[in-house]
Write a protein that binds this ligand. Sequence first.
Ligand SMILES: Nc1ncnc2c1ncn2[C@@H]1O[C@H](COP(=O)(O)OP(=O)(O)OP(=O)(O)O)[C@@H](O)[C@H]1O
Ligand SMILES: [Mg+2]
Length: 234
Amino acid sequence: MIEINHLTRKFNEHIAVDDLCLDIPDGSMFGFLGANGAGKTTTLKMIMGLLQPTSGFVSVDGLKVSDDPTAIKAKVGYLPDEVFLYDYLTGRQFLEFVADVYNIDSSKKEEKINSLLESFGLVEAANDYAGNYSFGMKKKLALAGIVVHEPKVLILDEPFNGLDPQATRDFKNMLKKMSDEGTTVLFSSHVLEVVEKIVTHVGIINKGKLMTCDSIKNIINKYKSLEKAFFELT
Ligand SMILES: Nc1ncnc2c1ncn2[C@@H]1O[C@H](COP(=O)(O)OP(=O)(O)OP(=O)(O)O)[C@@H](O)[C@H]1O
Ligand SMILES: [Mg+2]
């Protein structure tokens, strides 16, 4: 579903992503791991076409990102590491705005928004300004916003960061459900115990270079645990 081909990104002389090759299988739940500064966010931004590679390229669903960055955005839901919301819109208005951006049929819009508010536990806060939401609530609203158009692919930069245990569990289950229904999910995370429970595949990078990419089953067989794999490889 996502093919990363010899992707390199330099910032001046610093190589943030170094000749990275990765294949994210269709329908997989792919955990992208690495220490702070390893190059995860830089890679995810290049997949989204938000940052130009120094060399190499990415294809999503058979389409080269550089050829049609707009088409990619229609197929993908992207959660950046720092979420962006309009503080002066309520949760409901924000989702209405996003639904309009994606041309969601007006007959389906209200039902869709109500179901998202329900799924993300935001019914009570639906008419409050997003600017007054807590960090976790903002994150949930942003997550609801990126699935409005029912994308085939989700790219999430540290989705569990800042969520409380209940929200982590809810969101983990939600991702699993979407994955079971066929959505391909690629996410970066430092929360190894959550990653280990939900992923089908793992890629670990260190200083921009891919150290391993395998099914979680093979990783556990080889290293005993994801944590051991992480520390051995980074
Ligand atoms: N716009 C930029 N200008 C200069 N250097 C950058 C820029 N963006 C990223 N870098 C550098 O690239 C490297 C990789 O950064 P990146 O944000 O991709 O890491 P990360 O794996 O997402 O880390 P974290 O786990 O802390 O989020 C770092 O050394 C960072 O300083
Ligand atoms: Mg990052």
